[in-house]
Design a protein around this ligand. Sequence first.
Ligand code: 0A1
Ligand code: ZN
Length: 851
Amino acid sequence: MTEAAPHAVHLSDYAPYPFVIDGVELTFRLDPGRTRVISRIAFSPNPDGPGHSALQLDGERLKLIWARIDGAPVEPRITPEGLTCDVPTGSFVWEAEVEVDPAANTALEGLYMSNGMYCTQCEAQGFRRITYYPDRPDVMARFEVTIESDAPVRLSNGNPQEPDAQGRARWSDPWPKPAYLFALVAGNLTARSASFTTRSGREVALNVYVRPGDEDRCDYALDALIRSMRWDEEVYGREYDLDVFNIVAVDDFNMGAMENKGLNIFNSKYVLASPQTATDRDYEMIEGIIAHEYFHNWTGNRITCRDWFQLCLKEGLTVFRDQQFTGDMRSAPVKRIEDVLQLRARQFREDAGPLSHPVRPESYIEINNFYTATVYEKGAEVIGMLRRLVGAEAYDKALALYFDRHDGQACTIEDWLKVFEDATGRDLTQFKRWYTQSGTPHLRVLESWEDGTYSLHLQQQTPPTPGQPEKAPQVIPVAVGLLDPGGREVVPTRLLELTQAEQSFSFEGLSDRPVPSLLRGFSAPVVIERASTAQERALLLAHDTDPFNRWEAGRALAKELLVDMISNGTDPGDDYPGALGKVIEDEGLDPAFRALTLALPSEDDIAQTLKTAGITPDPMAVHEALNRLAVACARHLRAPLAALHDALAPNGPYTPDAEAAGRRSLRGAALGLLTRIDDGSRAEAQFAQADNMTEELGALTALLRAGKGHEQLAQFERKWSQDRLVMDKWFSVQVMLAAPREACEIADRLTAHPAFDWKNPNRFRAVLGGLAANHAGFHAPGGAAYALAADWLIRLDPVNPQTTARMSTMFETWRRYDADRQDMMRAALERLAAAPGVSRDTGEMVGRMLG
Ligand code: 0A1
Ligand code: ZN
C-alpha cells in the first residue's frame, strides 16, 4: 500500500459529517503482530448534515477482514486513506473486523507496543489506524470496549465493568467523546492508588500504572493529581465525572502526555520521580503536566474542538489553566517569569521564522505539525490578555457560561469569543485578530514630559509572516506603572488598551519626570522597543514593585551589555555584576526569583536579539561573549556567591516543594558561576555528597560547562546505567554543554553507545535535541552538526515521522545566520526533503522552512 499524496486541508472547507453515531462497541483481540479489532457502530443521519450520502470512514494501515451493514456483508471501496460504502437511508449498523500489527508500529500513533505493553495514541488522527471510523473531533459517541488478552492489566476509557463470560475485560464510557480521546492499555503493570471524593460526594479511585519496579516513584504524580482535582473544583467549579481516573506511564511516547477520557497516558518522564532520580525541574514539570492533562477533562473532553483548526480552544485554555495552577501551588511571579522565558525561547523564535502561523491556523497538510508553541503558549497568552481586559470576575462569569452553554459540544473559537461577548457586553471583533494574525507585534514606545504631564506614545507594528504580508492593529493590553527618580511608585499599575496603530496616553500631576515600568507582568506577548538607559534599568531592577519587570530590567541590562560586547568589543564592566549583587544579597527576595535574575540569557536568545537589531549573529562570538560575562560576574561576586552556596547547603532530607527547590536553584546558580573561575573542587564536593538528583546533576553540569567533570561523567554513567530516565540526562548534558568544537563529535560518538536506542523518542531527543540546544555547538564552523542532525533525521523519518518532523525545527532559524551557514543548513534541509519516501509530516515542515 502506498502513502496518499499529501494535500492541504482548509478551515474554510469545514462541513458537518453526514451521520451521527448512536453508540460504538469495540472488541480487541490483542496479539503483538496480529491484533483483531471488531467494531459495531450505530449510525443515523445527521439532522444538521448535508442529507443522504455514502458512508465514508477514515482508515490507514488496516487490513479489512470483513464488513457488514445491518448484518449483510458489504464490499466497500478501499483507498490508502479510508473507505466508502453505499448505505441505506435512515439508521443502520456498520460492523467490521480489521487486523493491525502493534509490534511493527514504530510511529507510536494508533495501537503500538512499548516494552511488551500495548498502548494507544489517538490524537490527532491515530484512531484511524485502529479501525475504520469517522476520525474527526466533531463526531462524538459513547464507547463500550471489550479486551481479550491474558495481560494482567487491561484498561480503556470510562468505568470498569464486570468481565464477560469469557473473562474478557469490559469498559463503558458514559460520556460521548471524539475518537482522538480513545485509549487502551494492556500489559504487566503495577499500580499505586489513592482515592478522591469530589465535592458532590463521588468516590473516585485514582491509579498510576507503571512497570513493576517503578512503583516507588509514583507518589508525587498521585499527589499532584489530587491537588489538581481539588483546585479545579475550587477555582473553576469543575468536578470529575467518572468512578476511576487512571494514569499509565509509558517509555515510548512522542509527546509529553495525553488526556484520553479517564485514562491519561504519559511519557514516563512526566510521571516517575524520586529525589535520587528526578530534579526539581522534573518535579515541577510532572506537577504541571499532570494538572494539564487532568484539566483537559473539562477543557478538551467535555467541551471539545469542532475541527483541528480549533486546537487552541482546548490547548490555549488548558495551558492557561495549568499555568494558573502552578502559580497557585508555587510562586506566581516566578512561574510568570519561567513562562515568559519559555514563550520567548520557543514561540517568539517560531514567530520570527518560516514556521510562523496564527494561533488558529487556516490550513495544514499534517495536523500533528501544529502542536506548536504558538497554538499552546501563545494560545494561553491570548486567554491571559482576555482575562486582563475583562477582569477576573467577568472572566469567571464567562467561563461558567462557557461550561454551561457548551458542555457536550464540539466548539469553535467563535463560540468561545461569543461567550465572552455575551457575559461582558464587549465587542471582541478586533481582539479576534490574536487568533487569526500571525507574528509577534512590536511595540515602539516614545515619551514626552511637559508641565507635570508624562505622555506615552505607543506604536504597534507586526512584521510580515508567511502568507500575511500586511497586519491590522491588534488590541494590546499594556499594564503600566510609574516610578519617580528615587524609585518610589507614583502611579500604580494601570491597564492601557492600545487598539490603534498609534495612540497616546497621558499621566498628569507628576512632580518629576517618571521612569515607566511598561508591560507589567508581561501583559501582552509583544516585543517592546524603547530607548532606555542603563540607569533606568538599574532603578527598575532595584525598586520596581512588579516582580516580573524587576527581573525583566536585569535581563534587558544583560542583553544590551552583550549586544554591546559583541558588536563593539567592549568589556563587561562592573555595573551589571554590581546590580546583580544587590539582588542576590537581598534576603527579602524569594531565592527562586534571585536564581532567575542571576541566570544569563541563552545564546539562542542573544542570536535572535542581534538579528532583530539588524546584526547577523556569529554563534561563536555569542558564546564567547556569554562566557566572558559569566566569568566577569563570577569574579565580581565571588565572595557573596560562595557565601550563598555554603549557606544554602541542604539542611535536611530532600523535599520537592517550591521553597526548598528555590533554595536549591539559587545554590545551583551560584555554583555554576563559581565553577567557571575555581578549580572545580566545590562542584566535585557537591557531586560526591549529593543525595538528590538536583544537586548531583547541578554539580555535574557546572563542571561540564566549565570544561571539567570527565571523571564525574563516567561515575554518573556507572551509577545510573540501569535507569533509563537518568541515562537520558547523561546523554543530553554532555552534548548540550560540550565546547562548541567538540559537541558534534561527542554527539556522533554517543549515537554509537550501546544504550543509544534511537527508536525511543526520549533517547533520540536527548542526543540530537541536545546537540541542537548547544547553540554554538550546533552552528560550529564547518557545519558538521548540521550534517549529523540531517543524517539522523533522515534515518528516523520512516520509523517515526512525527518525532522527526518536530525535531526538524532545529533548522527553523536557518535564515538568521551568515551566507555560509545558510547554505549548509539549506543543504541539510534539501537533503531531508529529497529523502526517498519522506513522510507527509517531515515533508510539510521542511517545505515550509525552505519556503
Ligand atoms: N493533547 C496532548 C498533547 C498531544 C498531542 C498529540 C499527541 O500525539 C500526536 C500526543 C499528545 C496535550 O496537550 O497534552
Ligand atoms: Zn493539552
